[in-house]
Write a protein of this length. Structure first.
Length: 335
C-alpha cells in the first residue's frame, strides 16, 4: 500500500473552495494497488448500475433516441414542454397532479443542487443536512460557498429525525433544509408525520425544504405501500429532486428535474429566478428531452430487477447473520 503523503499547502493561484485533499484515502490506494497488480476482486462499493449486470431494454432506449426532433434546437430555460410533460406523467402515475410549469429540468441532480444553492444562499449561509448522510453534499456546498450544518438521525427500532437537535442547528443564516427520501446511507423513508413536521419547521423559519427523492421508487418490503413524495407540498417552499439516473438506471443520460411547490407567491418567484439560472447554464440536451417519455417508460422493468436483487442480497445477509451472534443489521426500508 502506498504511504499517505502529507498534505501540501495550497498554491495561491487556486481558490480556497477547491482546496481538497487530492491524495486519496487508504481504500482508494488499496483499490489502485489491486488493479495494478491484476488481482481479481469484487467491488462492493460499485454504484454504477450499468456495470452490475442488469439487462436493459436496448431496443426501446435506442428507439427513443431516433426521434426526428433531436436535430432541432428550440430552447426553453425550464426544459422543453414535451420533456416536462413526460415528467408530469411520471408523477401522475403516483397520483400527484404536478403542473409542467412547476418543473425545471437539469442535467443531473448535482446541477439541481447547484441551482438551488445559488438561488437560496449568499456566501457563508447555511444548509441543514442529515447525519449520517451523503458525502457528495460537501463538494457541492464548497463549490457554491455554502456551509453545511448536520442534524442527527437517531436509531431506535428504526431511524428518526431528532427534531430538537434540528431546531438547535438552525440559526439566522440557515437558508434551506435537505431531506433525502429514502436517506443515503440509512435507507429509511421520511414518514408522513416527519414530512409534515419538516414542512412546518421550514415554513415557521421561512427557509426552503429540498427533498432528494432519487431512490423513492425502490422500497424493499413486498407489502410496503408506495412512500409519499414531497412533490406538491404546499405548506413550505419545497424543491423536490429526481431524475432518470436512478429511476431508470441510466446515469449516462443526464436528465433530472426540480419540482417546485409551496405557497403560490414564493413558488412563482422561485420558478422565475430558477429560469434565469437555468438559462445561464445553457440547456439540457435536446435528444434526451425528446426521448424522456420513452426512457421513463423503461423504469418499471429496471426497478423490479433492482428490487429483486437487493431483496435477495438482504435475505442472504440475514441468513449469514443468523449463524452468529457478534452483530446484527439495522432496519432498512429502501434505496
Amino acid at each position: 500500500m502506498k504511504p499517505q503523503l502529507p498534505a501540501k499547502p495550497p498554491l495561491q493561484i487556486f481558490a480556497a473552495r477547491a482546496n481538497w485533499d487530492l491524495l486519496g484515502n487508504r481504500l482508494a490506494h488499496a483499490l489502485a494497488d489491486a488493479k495494478s497488480a491484476g488481482i481479481s476482486f469484487v467491488d462492493l462499493t460499485q454504484s454504477n448500475p450499468t456495470a452490475c449486470a442488469f439487462t436493459y431494454d436496448q431496443r426501446q432506449i435506442a428507439a427513443a433516441l431516433t426521434h426526428p426532433d433531436i436535430s432541432r434546437y428550440a430552447p426553453d430555460p425550464r426544459g422543453m414542454p414535451v420533456a416536462r410533460e413526460a415528467v408530469t406523467t411520471y408523477y401522475r402515475q403516483q397520483e400527484i397532479p404536478l403542473p409542467a410549469d412547476d418543473l425545471i429540468l437539469t442535467s443531473g441532480t448535482s446541477e439541481a443542487y447547484s441551482f438551488l444553492f445559488r438561488l437560496l444562499c449568499n456566501p457563508g449561509d447555511q444548509v441543514l443536512i442529515p447525519s449520517p448522510g451523503y458525502p457528495l453534499f460537501e463538494f457541492l456546498a464548497d463549490l457554491c460557498d455554502v456551509k453545511l450544518v448536520r442534524y442527527p438521525l437517531n436509531y431506535d427500532h428504526g431511524w428518526q429525525i431528532d427534531f430538537s437537535a434540528l431546531a438547535a442547528a438552525s440559526n439566522e443564516r440557515t437558508r434551506a433544509l435537505i431531506v433525502v427520501h429514502p436517506n443515503n446511507p440509512t435507507g429509511h423513508f421520511a414518514s408522513p408525520n416527519d414530512q409534515l413536521q419538516l414542512s412546518r419547521f421550514c415554513a415557521e423559519r421561512e427557509i426552503a425544504l429540498i427533498a432528494d427523492e432519487v431512490f423513492l421508487d425502490f422500497p424493499l418490503a413486498h407489502d410496503q405501500p408506495r412512500p409519499t413524495s414531497f412533490a406538491g407540498t404546499q405548506q413550505s417552499l419545497t424543491f423536490t429532486l429526481s431524475g432518470i439516473s436512478k429511476i431508470c438506471g441510466l446515469p449516462q443520460m443526464k436528465l433530472a428535474w426540480i419540482a417546485v411547490s409551496g405557497p403560490e407567491e414564493q413558488k412563482k418567484e422561485a420558478l422565475a429566478r430558477l429560469e434565469i439560472i437555468a438559462d445561464a447554464y445553457l440547456y439540457v440536451g435536446t435528444p434526451l428531452q425528446v426521448a424522456a417519455l420513452r426512457l421513463l417508460a423503461t423504469s418499471s422493468c429496471f426497478q423490479s430487477k433492482v428490487i429483486k436483487r437487493v431483496q435477495a442480497n438482504v435475505r442472504e445477509l440475514d441468513a449469514q447473520l443468523a449463524q452468529q451472534s457478534a452483530c446484527n443489521r439495522l432496519s432498512c426500508e429502501g434505496g
